[in-house]
Ligand binder design. Structure first.
Ligand SMILES: Nc1ncnc2c1ncn2[C@@H]1O[C@H](COP(=O)(O)OP(=O)(O)OP(=O)(O)O)[C@@H](O)[C@H]1O
Length: 307
């Protein structure tokens, strides 16, 4: 594992609760780790500590066994971030921005020119070299952020919700570029509250909520044992009557006109259905199957990712 985070805790000065609580996770080269969580889950706080924008309080962060503080002194360009906000000089052109950041990071001569070209190509900014940063569309600005982040061939790249407010075309492009980075051998951490994005690009997923890791694993790991039963009954008071009944079997949520029950073992199904019938409620539909991440999140927290 290249990145290892152990028992990370963080509380903002004056806050009454921890923004991160006992967070442990790891990331490997060649892998996209999706960091998924609703607003306020702690994603940005975690990223900010990884890039040194926030000082660590408690816990450990190591890269290839080396503590983060040490790494920052010896190999400062080994971690890069493509942040949410725009991270370039608005009045400089795309090329001037890249030139400037390449110089700051210590690139010189032909190597510098080569890296700038490679990053322009990677972010497909060939037609915008001479355009001022501030004149780029939202999607292109994110692509410039990304090009800058790639200049020094970082080994760990952090993307903090890079597709928020981006047009669909740039969004598809960004996602593809993120996957490409991992294929080329970087470890990539990608935060988002768009479940579909994370599901589409992440090799492994960490679900954060209220500063804590709810679960982590491959998508398949997470969804196995996360099957749900959706039932709808022919009654206006259905939810009031269904939820207490189903809760006896497992985590239950109200959904639409019915209720959703997380039920890992299909052998329980007949018993659940019998007990519904036993109350005299008429079943309108019952649907059993593997869930997606959204439903998994709901079954773990009783809330939606999008709240
Ligand atoms: N500068 C700050 N001072 C005090 N509390 C903060 C500060 N920044 C964030 N928080 C709080 O820390 C918690 C985690 O916030 P964080 O921004 O890390 O979440 P997030 O998962 O990135 O959310 P979002 O998807 O909205 O960006 C929240 O409860 C938030 O209100």
């Amino acid at each position: 594992m290249m990145l290892s985070i152990r028992d990370l805790n963080f509380r903002y000065p004056g806050a009454s609760a921890d923004a991160l609580e006992q967070v442990s996770l790891s990331a490997a080269r060649g892998e996209v780790l999706g960091l998924l969580g609703p607003n306020g889950a702690g994603k940005t706080t975690l990223i900010a500590q990884l890039v040194g924008m926030l000082a660590m309080q408690r816990g450990e962060i190591e890269i290839d066994g080396q503590p983060l503080e040490q790494l920052r002194l010896t190999r400062p360009t080994c971690i890069a971030i493509a942040p949410q906000e725009y991270a370039f000089y608005p009045t400089l052109s795309v090329l001037e921005n890249l030139d400037c950041f390449a110089g700051v990071g210590g690139l010189r001569g032909s190597e510098k020119a080569e890296r700038i070209d490679a990053c322009i190509a990677l972010a497909q900014l060939q037609n915008y070299r001479k355009v001022q940063g501030q004149r780029l569309s939202g999607g292109l600005k994110r692509r410039l952020n990304m090009a800058i982040a790639m200049l020094h061939r970082p080994e760990l790249v952090l993307f903090d919700e890079p597709t928020v407010g981006v047009d669909p075309q740039s969004r598809a492009f960004l996602l593809e570029a993120v996957k490409q980075l991992a294929r080329e051998g970087s470890a990539v951490i990608y935060t988002s509250h768009y479940m579909e994005e994370v599901q589409a690009i992440a090799d492994r997923i960490v679900v954060l909520d209220q500063g804590r890791v709810l679960c982590q694993g491959t998508l398949q790991d997470l969804l196995v044992g996360a099957a749900t039963l959706y039932v709808e009954v022919d009654d206006d008071t259905a939810q009031e009557r269904l939820v207490p009944l189903l809760s006896g079997f497992g985590p239950t949520n109200v959904q639409g006109r019915g209720a959703l029950l997380a039920i890992a073992d299909p052998e329980q199904l007949p018993e659940v259905l019998r007990s519904i019938a036993g109350t005299g409620l008429r079943l309108r539909q019952a649907r059993y199957g593997q869930t997606d991440l959204e439903q998994l999140f709901m079954s773990l927290t009783h809330r939606s990712l999008r709240d």
